[in-house]
Design a binder for this molecule. Structure first.
Ligand SMILES: [Ca+2]
Length: 126
């Protein structure tokens, strides 16, 4: 017959503690895996987004200077302005110039990739 002295209680308590900790560790590992997968997914999405922005930026940067001038920026909207009357064209130009100024954080009159990327992140957050 088992003799229940304090040592036996201690053994049972230790075993239960061990089982609980082991179970929690398994849950924690599972949680870490889920978190890691989510993080990897976010990193991939961010990388794809930045690559897409880079491609659009490079297409816009016609002279490969590494920045986008006002002319290069407005060049994107020529089709939009085609066959429009004076007032409509004027309004589109004003809107695009306002947009350019918003993106041009340091106000030097050109857009760097970082400025465009920041704008795109701000834009997609809204
Ligand atoms: Ca700038």
């Amino acid at each position: 017959m088992l003799y229940w002295n304090p040592y036996c209680y201690f053994l049972v308590f230790s075993f239960l503690m061990y089982a609980t900790v082991k179970n929690n560790m398994a849950n924690l590992k599972q949680l870490h895996k889920v978190y890691q997968n989510a993080l990897d997914g976010l990193k991939l999405a961010r990388s794809n987004f930045e690559n897409e922005c880079r491609e659009q930026f490079d297409r816009c940067d016609k002279n490969d200077s590494g920045s986008i001038s006002v002319g290069e920026f407005l060049n994107n909207y020529l089709n939009e302005m085609k066959d429009k009357d004076y007032e409509t064209m004027r309004r589109i130009l004003d809107d695009r110039m306002d947009q350019f100024k918003k993106i041009d954080e340091d106000g030097d009159g050109t857009l760097t990739f970082e400025e465009v990327l920041q704008f795109m992140y701000d834009y997609t957050d809204k």
